[in-house]
Design a protein around this ligand. Structure first.
Ligand code: PLP
Length: 401
């Protein structure tokens, strides 16, 4: 008799995972992996923030019991999330118009948001930027939606094709769900300006679109407050919208899976009904969220001292990435490369679409042991004072032909 799994086909390999495997197998000591999606410090290590360490130490000493959490997570956590996203003085929070549930990272937030939306409006289409974080399409397709692209990246300017984006959004059916990267667009590093965000808000209002902001990198571009500009403009609009947020990057807590889904409703009464349905979605997925990561984040954000420590450490990560951006541009220029790379300084967050072709990326790997995604996306946080000169040299070599 044959196995019940006999017909199971091998799923296609995750391209980034394949890249990591090839990198790990490479024996060259000077190899560099620019394909990663995490922040490394100048020693090439994922940092454990001092604020996190302090909060964890206190938790370990207190040895709290491990009962079940509320389905939506504890108020200490969800209120801290709301304050960061909307501002502590937000009228929406005061009016009870914000529903927040702790989620398993930003990914988990997108997933419960997708499941909730599917029940709300099963025939809606979901629109993601072209290009987008690969998991956006997969997540919303898995939730049962048809997923389409809206124009976003403009390879010629290495910025946003805003005219194309607007044209597309203006033609969409009411009720369409629009996934927007709130800041630090992954993979391109190209963000909308504040004025462009204001236009997008008006288009969403005019066309009756459902905005879903994905905020995975708050604090990585300009700072906690300025990076929230899109969320704040939508809050001021009076519209209803969704926000998925994540502390994976801003707290360097990737593996603890700490994120949240926030839904802005029209009234406190509506919030009660929305939360009740969202809790059903959560209950049937994983019942209730894990304790540790959320408790650490809540402890840091509620202590004046630890919060300041965290803000300083977050600023340190942000400043280091920005230093790597300008450092890389200068170092490439110093190699007498005709091509201007200064756009890398304007791009925001962890990534840059460098404009390197798939063939150039291949040469970087073969000749230099430098690994990047074939789209030319590099992670600036994988650069450090020891490898930046070498990477600049390699880029200069491959663009010179
Ligand atoms: N959204 C975007 C745009 C991301 O880049 C990422 C992580 O890479 C996520 C969501 C998911 O974050 P998390 O690791 O918290 O699930």
């Amino acid at each position: 008799s044959s196995s019940i799994f006999a017909a199971v086909e091998m799923a296609p390999r995750d391209p980034i995972l394949g890249l990591n495997e090839a990198f790990n197998a490479d024996t060259r000591s000077h190899k560099v992996n620019l394909g990663v999606g995490v922040y490394y410090d100048d020693n090439g290590k994922i940092p454990l923030l001092a604020a996190v360490k302090a909060a964890e130490k206190a938790r370990l000493e207190a040895m709290p019991p491990r009962g079940y959490q509320p389905i939506e997570g504890p108020a200490s956590y969800t209120q801290a999330v709301q304050n960061l996203l909307l501002g502590a003085d937000s009228e929406l929070i005061a009016a009870g118009r914000v529903v927040t549930a702790q989620a398993l990272g930003g990914t988990g937030a997108l997933k419960i948001g997708g499941d909730f939306l599917k029940r709300l409006n099963p025939s809606a289409k979901v629109y993601i930027s072209d290009p987008s974080w690969e998991n956006h399409r997969a997540l919303f397709e898995a939730a049962g939606f048809q997923v389409e692209n809206y124009p976003y990246y403009d390879a010629a300017t290495r910025g946003v094709n805003f005219a194309g984006m607007k044209d597309c959004l203006l033609g969409l059916d009411a009720g369409s769900v629009i996934i927007l990267h709130a800041c630090c667009h992954n993979p391109t590093g190209a963000d909308l300006s504040d004025a462009q965000w204001a236009e997008v808000v008006e288009i969403c209002r005019e066309r009756g679109l459902v905005p879903f902001l994905d905020m995975a990198y708050q604090g990585f571009a300009e700072g906690i407050e300025p990076d929230a500009v899109a969320v704040r403009l939508f809050s001021a609009s009076g519209l209803q919208f969704f926000v998925s947020s994540s502390f994976s990057k801003s707290f360097s807590l990737y593996g603890e899976r700490v994120g949240a889904l926030s839904i802005i409703t029209a009234s406190k009464e509506e919030s009660g009904r929305v939360l009740s349905q969202l809790k059903r979605v959560i209950r049937t997925n994983y019942s209730n969220p894990p304790i540790h990561g959320g408790a650490v984040v809540a402890a840091v954000l509620s202590s004046t001292e630890l919060r300041q420590m965290w803000e300083d450490e977050l600023a340190g990560m942000r400043d280091r990435i920005r230093a790597m951006r300008s450092g890389l541009v200068d170092a490439i220029k110093a190699q007498n490369v005709a091509q201007d790379f200064s756009f890398v300084i304007q791009q925001r967050g962890m990534f840059s679409y460098t404009g390197l072709t798939a063939a150039q990326v291949e040469r970087m790997k073969d000749e230099f042991g430098i690994y990047a995604v074939s789209t030319g996306r590099i992670c600036l946080a994988a650069l450090n004072s020891k490898n930046i000169g070498y990477v600049a040299e390699a880029i200069a070599q491959v663009v010179k032909g």
